[in-house]
Design a binder for this molecule. Sequence first.
Ligand code: SAM
Length: 204
Amino acid sequence: MSNFFPSIYDLAMRPLEKRKFQQIRKELLSHAAGRVLEIGAGTGINFPLYKNAEHVDAIEPNQGMIEQSHARKAAAAVPIQVHQQSAESLDFPDDTFDTVVSTLVFCTIPDPVKALQELSRVSKPQTKLLFFEHVKMEHPTLAFAQEALNPLWKRVCDGCHLNRDTLHTIQESGLQVTNVTSYYKGLFLVIESENNKAIDHPSL
Ligand SMILES: C[S@@+](CC[C@H](N)C(=O)[O-])C[C@H]1O[C@@H](n2cnc3c(N)ncnc32)[C@H](O)[C@@H]1O
């Protein structure tokens, strides 16, 4: 599945991208500045939208996805380096990044809690962590339908879960959620958050 999924991903997403997602991504990524970490970058759909970043380190575990992202990386307005890594085990030092970006990734990450710990570790104090994710809906009937569809969906969509409460997981991680915007009756959320970890003052 993981070799087939990258080759159809952009085509499958095109209707949503045209209708709404490109606009959401553009607005979200206008807040990405300084040294940026993007996790689960996939086919590099966000790469053309970075305008204010100094440098983007994009991590992606799936080699097929990385191959699909080459052209967008080469055409980007800012320097982008793609690394084959997973969000649960990041090969970057503590306090490295000014902004962290995740779009449609927390549905798929096998261990979201561990991934958030890693994002917190590699981000500087006051780093912005910007998420655009699909989540379990609040409406009981729609949430029931998501639960029912989930086993099949996971198999067809390369491990993607329809029933994750990612906002709650982010809130529980200790990040401070500063803004939430809902789309499509709460199926998609833009979650803006900040890392509140203490600034480490070296002893004099
Ligand atoms: C639905 S795609 C989203 C791709 C892209 N971010 C977007 O906005 O279209 C989910 C991506 O997360 C990646 N992924 C899966 N497990 C991951 C992990 N543990 N760490 C980081 N990325 C992961 C997948 O390989 C895939 O590229």
